[in-house]
Design a protein around this ligand. Structure first.
Ligand code: LLP
Length: 432
């Protein structure tokens, strides 16, 4: 939950706004974004990593409003597509503080990034190095470049979001020698300014030993580049991936503890290797926006089914589902839920919060104990939906993507409006 979420007489308020009131004004379902909480988490990373640059990973959730908050809080921004870059541009975000990621950026995206003067482009393949070098020559410009490397560690997370082992699509392998070769080529290209190495080991990670091993291997390569090419690279990025608590079982990442751990390793390794410390940066996304949002839904139907062994489960159907939160279906993610609109003395019943899509895997919350008297019209709130829910939302079954409603000091404001049928039909050229 975000820090301003409080329940009184069964009614959940966020940012001083009771959710039933928010739904009366803006409809349901809706994502609710707690501005104070977002800013506090962004600020906590900024302060804990005061000697670093903190790049917020826009893929977790991005809008022009959020980009402005980030600028005000002194953060930088990581984008990974032309679309995210356009949002940053539209928000007037300083381009020198933008990093551009992606394993297959298009020629058009690279040209745009160079033209806009994006601070760093993180290259991910030999083809891209060649393409980017050609773009800078053609435009008569230079650009800062980081080389994405694969440290060869197994991050303890879902396999779809682990990125530091060898057999996956991102980065240049350190072990195979590709990473060193990539650095050589970037260094040799006149339009490319070699800034440093970049490593991102995966997402929703709690065990910091993966970061430790990665940092050691990346620093060893950093030192080797110094020896072999005589180049002291000024920067290094250790990526994002810091885990958040989705249920009471998880222990959220603590920015200051992370900062201490990472700084200690880097200082120690640099001393051991006899190299100057590069300026570090990190890229948290989920850990900033994840807890700052919740989703509020309205219950439409409730159904009880018998389980093997005689137990029963209540299927609570809400007015959204896998189109606004695909994470449960895609990663088997755990979420929790609570009734946000009233008190109930009914006994807790094993419940599953499901959506309205035509698919049995359309589950929002797998297992939760909700009051046994949940009924149509009740509001259900699911916390921790700020990261990778709206940004991965779809129009499956021609669903309209919900709005993101900001809350602060008892007031609401629209960050992203609800989609309309007109939005839905806008690409259907058969409509007369
Ligand atoms: N930097 C790079 C290069 C990344 O690829 C990512 C995430 C991040 C930073 C931010 O990671 P975070 O701090 O947010 O964990 N859709 C998945 C997560 C995919 C993450 C992709 N890259 C999910 O919903 O769990």
């Amino acid at each position: 939950w975000s820090q301003t979420a409080v329940k009184a007489d069964g009614v959940l308020s966020v940012g001083g706004v009771p959710l039933p009131e928010l739904v009366r004004e803006h409809g349901s379902p809706a994502y609710v974004l707690d501005e104070a909480d977002f800013r506090a988490r962004a600020g906590a990373f900024r302060d804990a990593f005061a000697a670093y640059d903190v790049y917020y990973a826009g893929k977790a959730f991005l809008s022009t409003t959020v980009a402005r908050w980030l600028e005000e809080e002194g953060l930088s921004l990581d984008v990974c597509s032309g679309g995210e870059l356009t949002v940053a541009e539209r928000a007037g975000f300083p381009m020198a503080k933008v990093g551009f990621h992606g394993n297959n950026k298009t020629l058009g995206e690279l040209e745009r990034a160079v033209e806009l003067g994006v601070g760093r482009i993180i290259v991910d393949s030999f083809h891209e190095i060649e393409r980017l070098a050609a773009v800078t020559t053609e435009l008569g410009r230079t650009t800062g470049v980081m080389v994405r490397v694969t440290a060869g560690v197994e991050a303890h997370t879902h396999e779809y979001i682990a990125t530091a082992h060898e057999d996956q699509k991102f980065g240049f392998s350190i072990a195979s020698g590709d990473a060193l070769e990539a650095v050589r080529r970037v260094h040799a290209a006149p339009g490319l300014r070699l800034l440093g190495l970049h490593s991102h080991i995966g997402s929703q990670i709690f065990d910091t030993s993966g970061f430790e091993v990665a940092a050691r291997r990346v620093l060893a390569l950093h030192a080797r580049v110094g020896e072999e090419l005589g180049v002291e690279m000024p920067e290094m990025d250790l990526g994002g991936g810091f885990g958040i608590a989705y249920t009471t079982q998880d222990d959220p990442s603590d920015p200051s503890r992370l900062a201490t751990e990472i700084t200690t390793i880097v200082e120690h390794e640099c001393r051991a290797l006899g190299v100057a410390e590069p300026r570090l940066s990190i890229e948290p996304g989920r850990a900033i926006v994840g807890p700052a949002m919740c989703t509020v839904y309205e219950v439409g139907t409730v159904k009880e089914v018998a389980l093997d062994g005689g137990a029963r489960r209540s299927y609570v159907s809400v007015d959204g589902g896998m189109s606004d939160n695909i994470r449960t279906a895609l990663y088997d993610a755990d979420y929790s839920a609570t009734i946000a609109s009233r008190d109930s003395g009914a006994s807790p019943t094993l419940s599953r919060v499901v959506g309205k899509h035509c698919e049995a895997g359309d589950i929002v919350v797998k297992d939760e104990f909700l009051p046994g008297d949940v009924r149509p019209g009740d509001l259900v709130a699911v916390p921790g939906t700020g990261a990778y829910c709206r940004s991965m939302a779809s129009n499956y079954n021609h669903a309209l993507r919900p709005p993101v409603i900001g809350v602060r000091d008892g007031k609401t404001f629209t960050v992203l409006r609800r989609e309309t049928v007109a939005d839905l039909l806008a690409t259907d050229v058969g409509v007369s």
